[in-house]
Design a protein around this ligand. Structure first.
Ligand SMILES: [Zn+2]
Length: 417
C-alpha cells in the first residue's frame, strides 16, 4: 500500500478494530487505565507482541513492554510507543495509533528478516490520560524517574495508586530511571486540524508546549440585584468578564507569531450564582500553553498588569494571579527531528514541523533520552470524543516514517556514541 515500505495498513486496521472492540459496554470507546477493560486490552496487546516474537513484561512503572533483542544489545534500546488507555467516552486512535504503529514497525522488520543492532522495544505506557487517581502520565513519569513519591498515596475507592501499580504488575517502590534507552519515538494523532487543513501527512513535532495554570479570584460584593443602583455595585462577574476578554486578547497576540501559544479561561465559578443577587465572587482558572518559555513569561507579566488595570477601573478587588502549576516546554531532540524529516522524504510523506499544544508521554521520556514525536492527521481535529477518527492509510504512512527513522537511527546512534 505504501510504495517501498513493508508496513501494512490492513494489519493496522485490524489491530485498531480489535482494541476498539474492548470497551466498556454501551460506552464507546472507554478503556480507562487500571480498569478490567484496560487490562483486557493489554492482554490482547501482550499476545500481539508475543506473536511477532517479542518478549513481554510489565516494568516497575506498570508499562507493558515488548522487547526484540538487538544483535548488539550493549548498544542500548530504541523505543517506540504510546498509550492504550482512553478518556471516558474517548476515541479509538488517541494513543492507540502510536502503540499499534510500534507493533506494526516490529512486525514489518520481522517480515523483512531484519534484526536491529540496538534492542527494539514497543511500549504501552500506563495511564497517560488523567486516570481514576486524578493524575496522568503515570507510566512515562515512572520510567523516567519523575513520578512524585506522594502520588502513591492517592486513592480511588480506598485503593491507593501504590496498590494499583502493584496490581497491574509493577513495583511502586522501584523508581530508578531507565538509562539504556538511546532514542524514543512516539506517533500520535494530531488532535487538531492543522495537517488536514494544509493537506499534509505528517507533523514533525518541534516541542510539546509547556502548560501553566493560573488562578485568579475576583472579590466583589453581594447586593440585591433589583434595588442596588447600577453605579453602586461591586459586580465580580463583570470584572471577571473583562479579565476573560483580556486573556483572549493577550493569547491572540502571543499566538500571532510562528510559535504555538494558547490561553483559555477553562474553569469559572461564580457565587452565589443566583438570579436576584449581584455576583459576589468569581474564581477563574487559566490554562496557558507555550512552545517558547519566553512567551509564557511575557503572558504572566502582561496578565498581572492587565488584571491590576481592570481592578482599578472597576473598583472590584482582584487577587494577584497565582501560579498553580507550571511545566516547561519540551523541545523534540534536534537529531531526531532531522532523522524524522528525512524519513518523511524517503517514504514520500508531505510534512511540516509543528508544536504540540497537548501533553504527551514523550515530554517525560525526553528527561532520560533523545525523544521526539510525529503527528498523523485526525479528521476535523476532533479528539477525546467517540467521533475521533484517523484513516488507516494515514497511520500506516506514519508507521512507515517510524520504520525508516528506526533503521536510520540504528546506524546513526552508533556514529554519535
Ligand atoms: Zn494521547
Amino acid at each position: 500500500m505504501i510504495p517501498n515500505s513493508p508496513i501494512r495498513a490492513d494489519r493496522i486496521a485490524a489491530d485498531i478494530d480489535a482494541l476498539a472492540a474492548i470497551t466498556e459496554p454501551g460506552r464507546p470507546w472507554t478503556r480507562r487505565a487500571f480498569t478490567p477493560k484496560f487490562l483486557e486490552g493489554r492482554k490482547w496487546l501482550e499476545q500481539a507482541l508475543q506473536q511477532l516474537g517479542a518478549e513481554t513484561r510489565i516494568d516497575a512503572a506498570g508499562n507493558l513492554i515488548g522487547t526484540i533483542a538487538g544483535r548488539r544489545p550493549e548498544l542500548g534500546t530504541i523505543m517506540l510507543g504510546s498509550h492504550s488507555d482512553t478518556v471516558p467516552d474517548g476515541g479509538r486512535f488517541d494513543g492507540i495509533a502510536g502503540v499499534v504503529a510500534g507493533l506494526e514497525v516490529a512486525r514489518a522488520l520481522k517480515d523483512q528478516g531484519l534484526t536491529l543492532d540496538h534492542t527494539l522495544e514497543v511500549v504501552d505506557f500506563l495511564a497517560e490520560e488523567v486516570s481514576i487517581f486524578g493524575v496522568s502520565c503515570i507510566g512515562s513519569r515512572g520510567m523516567s524517574g519523575t513520578r512524585p513519591a506522594e502520588w502513591l498515596k492517592r486513592t480511588n475507592d480506598d485503593v491507593t495508586l501504590e496498590r494499583a501499580i502493584a496490581a497491574v504488575g509493577g513495583d511502586p517502590f522501584e523508581t530508578t530511571p531507565r538509562d539504556d534507552i538511546k532514542a524514543f519515538l512516539e506517533l500520535h494523532i494530531e488532535q487538531g486540524p492543522v495537517l488536514q487543513n494544509e493537506q499534509l501527512d505528517i507533523g514533525v513535532v518541534t516541542a510539546i508546549a509547556g502548560i501553566t495554570r493560573i488562578e485568579i479570584i475576583v472579590d466583589g460584593r453581594a447586593d440585591h440585584a433589583g434595588t442596588t443602583p447600577m453605579g453602586a455595585r461591586k459586580d465580580a462577574l463583570t470584572t471577571a468578564a473583562w479579565i476573560t476578554l483580556g486573556v483572549e486578547e493577550l493569547g491572540k497576540a502571543l499566538a500571532s507569531g510562528e510559535e504555538h501559544f494558547a490561553a483559555t479561561v477553562g474553569e469559572f465559578e461564580m457565587t452565589p450564582n443566583a438570579a436576584n443577587v449581584v455576583p459576589a465572587r468569581v474564581r477563574m482558572l487559566i490554562d496557558a500553553r507555550a512552545e517558547l518559555r519566553a512567551d509564557m513569561e511575557r503572558f504572566i507579566e502582561e496578565l498581572g498588569k492587565g488584571v491590576a488595570a481592570i481592578a482599578e477601573k472597576t473598583g472590584v478587588t482582584v487577587s494577584e494571579p497565582r501560579i498553580v502549576s507550571d511545566n516547561q516546554p519540551t523541545p523534540g531532540h534536534a537529531d531526531l527531528l532531522d532523522v524524522l524529516d528525512a524519513a518523511c522524504d524517503t517514504v514520500g510523506a508531505r510534512h511540516r514541523r509543528m508544536a504540540s499544544g497537548a501533553g504527551h508521554d514523550t515530554a517525560w521520556m525526553a528527561r532520560i533520552t533523545k525523544a521526539a514525536m510525529i503527528f498523523v492527521p485526525c479528521v476535523d481535529g476532533r479528539s477525546h470524543t467517540p467521533d475521533e477518527f484517523a484513516t488507516t492509510e494515514d497511520i500506516a504512512l506514519g508507521a512507515a516514517v517510524l520504520l525508516d527513522a528506526v533503521l536510520a537511527l540504528d546506524t546513526k546512534l552508533q556514529e554519535t556514541n
